[in-house]
Design a protein around this ligand. Structure first.
Ligand SMILES: Cc1cc2nc3c(=O)[nH]c(=O)nc-3n(C[C@H](O)[C@H](O)[C@H](O)COP(=O)(O)OP(=O)(O)OC[C@H]3O[C@@H](n4cnc5c(N)ncnc54)[C@H](O)[C@@H]3O)c2cc1C
Length: 428
């Protein structure tokens, strides 16, 4: 029985679980598939219900986690196999090459400036470009560059300018073997791609974007430096519409409610008004689901203080006119008639899905998924963080839709169960 615990996924839930476990004196291996820890919260501009700057709250936790003496963070890494049982799991982890030596890189950015190749920036969800040699995002932890193998031509410019000698274009994948007593899964969410819902024109009309793209658009560290502008012509956004439940509460896509969208669209509309007090905001909603403490008051303030127009309707179609304005067609329940609204930008609150790869990870871990693809609990009422496999616990959005506050609480619950498990074995 070791005192090592594996945490899979380095979003806010995985970070919180790792910190809680490490503060109890246990050794944590945190495996994150992307080049930085932080998860979705790192992409957000502000967070409801307080409208605090998301990265300002998250960054100190990311740094505490990375620098904690009891936590080893493996980014660009995937869990490949798990054998054994509770108290004695043997885990194989594959570390994909960054083509930059993590030990040597100082994060100075010289390689980025020297890199001549550009491609769409995944962190900014396709808005804006990144160089082949890049930092995943400005506040990435670890602050180590990465070279995108899909777009790098191996011109070697980065190698020439790197004074630390950190560039290694021949870096190969590495396999690690870890022994752990318990596992906490915190793999979070992915967003639905609305391209298939042709009625909303996503992918066809440039001024139709998703909620996560909007978060990047109004973020000071995002592709426009935080200027809220139309994508097609960088024009001023005078009328802005949000469409709720795109793909969610929809039997053809995700039948469940993603839980956070009523609140975050209100947040987004509020922030738009703070950017420009003359902006007109419309939220097309199915039902208002604002069930947290003082959440209804947040929505009410959106109406009274920020003048948000809430329209209870599911638009049937969006059409673009010759000026690239968008015309939203909907059935208005109040007047019992079909109406249209012309706006400059449409934001689709797309459904939030269990993270891609959950099916494979469930197979590797031997844990069950529920009917919506989230990790299944042993017992929703009495064991809310236990899976069907003893010693494997789950928390955050990978378990069910939840906001940041609930993900943090849940992570502390899962880490407490994992620590309890090790402590019980220690006493035997
Ligand atoms: C547009 C939008 C706006 C939002 N606004 C708010 C808000 O204002 N307030 C609020 O409270 N909530 C908000 N949320 C919800 C919030 O983002 C989630 O509650 C929170 O991110 C959940 O944290 P998590 O750690 O469970 O998952 P995530 O943040 O998704 O983190 C999961 C991590 O696991 C990693 N991972 C995934 N699969 C694997 C794997 N197989 N192996 C290794 N690593 C893996 C991912 O790369 C990621 O780093 C918003 C969500 C969206 C989409």
């Amino acid at each position: 029985m070791t005192e090592n615990i594996l945490v899979i996924g380095g979003g806010i839930a995985g970070i919180q679980a790792s910190l809680d476990l490490a503060d109890k004196g246990l050794n944590v291996y945190l495996v994150e598939k992307s080049p930085s820890i932080g998860g979705r919260m790192a992409q957000l501009d502000k967070t409801f219900p307080t409208n605090d700057c998301s990265i300002c709250i998250l960054a100190p936790k990311m740094i505490d986690c990375f620098n904690h003496p009891n936590i080893t963070v493996y980014t660009c890494s995937d869990v490949k196999s798990v054998n054994g049982s509770a108290g004695n799991f043997k885990v194989k982890v594959l570390r994909r090459p960054r083509y930059i030596d993590e030990e040597k890189c100082t994060g100075c950015g010289d390689c980025i400036h020297a890199c001549p190749y550009e491609s769409p920036d995944e962190f900014n969800v396709g808005l804006g470009k990144k160089r082949s040699a890049h930092l995943y995002f400005q506040q990435a932890v670890p602050r180590v560059a990465i070279i995108d193998e899909k777009t790098c031509t191996k011109c070697g410019n980065c190698k020439i300018v790197c004074e630390a000698g950190a560039v290694d274009l021949d870096q190969k994948p590495k396999e690690l073997e870890l022994e752990v007593s318990a596992i906490v899964v915190a793999t979070g969410l992915d967003v639905f791609d609305p391209s298939a819902m042709s009625e909303y024109g996503y992918g066809k009309y440039r001024n139709v974007i998703t909620s996560i793209q909007y978060e990047r658009l109004i973020n000071a560290a995002g592709p426009t430096g935080g200027h809220l502008e139309r994508i097609s012509d960088k024009g001023r956004v005078k009328r802005l519409a949000f469409i709720q439940c795109v793909g969610s509460r929809d039997v053809k896509n995700s039948p469940y409610c993603s839980t956070v969208c009523c609140m975050f669209s209100t947040k987004s509309a509020t922030l738009a008004r703070e950017h420009d007090p003359d902006i007109e905001n419309y939220i097309f909603y199915t039902e208002m689901r604002a069930s947290g403490k003082r959440f209804q008051e947040y929505i009410d303030r959106g109406k009274t203080e920020y003048g948000i127009h809430y329209i209870r309707a599911k638009p049937g179609e969006i059409k673009e006119n010759e000026k690239k304005d968008l015309v939203i067609w909907y059935y208005d329940r109040e007047s019992e008639s079909v109406k249209s609204l012309e706006v400059d930008l449409v934001v689709l609150a797309v459904s939030l899905l269990p993270s891609r790869g959950s099916v494979d990870l469930a197979k590797i871990l031997g844990i069950d998924l529920d009917e919506d693809g989230f990790f299944k609990l042993k017992d929703k009422l009495y064991s809310p963080v236990d899976t069907n496999v003893s010693g494997i616990f789950v928390c955050g959005y990978s378990k069910r839709p939840m906001d940041i506050t609930d993900a943090v609480i849940d992570a502390s619950g899962a880490s407490a169960r994992a620590a309890e498990f090790v402590a019980a074995a220690r006493c035997r």
